[in-house]
Ligand binder design. Structure first.
Ligand code: HEM
Length: 139
């Protein structure tokens, strides 16, 4: 796959899609973590027994990244800090495809009622944003 073409993202549609999914509240992280742990049971032990706080943290983090996506200089430090925190949680690069797949499946699930063709394009766009080397099969 070529990496030379500049990447553009329709941020307004990203925000609209997230707003639709976010209306489902706690169902969104519940679906996400269920997908993640069914597909990758080994990851469950990395997380606390009670996932209640974690579910909120995930949704808050995703929400603030999506809200700030038009102001990348403001969002970048937040992401960098999150990345550093994840080293502390023993997260490595190879874990990201599993999380990316679960996230895409979650968006697909909650946006299924929307016009399928349009959202498919959007999900494919998100997929291309994943770091080089983290695409493809889950670990
Ligand atoms: C879309 C990418 C991701 C986002 C937005 C995200 C978000 C978050 C947030 C906001 C926290 C809470 C941080 C804190 O308490 O200070 C967290 C914790 C954590 N994340 Fe992620 N994460 C992502 C990717 C991953 C990946 C790839 C893994 C690997 C399995 C992972 C595993 C964990 C673990 C183990 C914790 C700590 C749970 C705990 O002990 O309380 N995350 N994540």
């Amino acid at each position: 796959m070529s990496t030379s073409a500049p990447m553009t993202i329709d941020t307004a549609r990203l925000q609209m899609s997230w707003a639709v999914a976010a209306q489902y509240g706690d169902q969104v992280p519940l679906f996400f973590y269920s997908r993640l742990f069914v597909a990758h049971p080994g990851l469950r032990d990395m997380f606390p027994l009670s996932m209640e706080a974690q579910r909120d943290k995930l949704v808050t983090a995703l929400g603030s990244v999506v809200s700030g996506v038009d102001d990348l200089p403001a969002v970048a430090p937040v992401l960098e800090q999150l990345g550093r925190d994840h080293r502390r949680f023993a997260v490595v690069r190879d874990h990201y495809p599993a999380v990316g797949d679960a996230l895409l499946a979650t968006l697909e699930h909650f946006l299924a009622d929307r016009a399928a063709g349009r959202e498919d394009h959007h999900i494919a766009t998100l997929d291309r944003r994943r770091p080089e080397g983290s695409r493809g099969g889950a670990t």
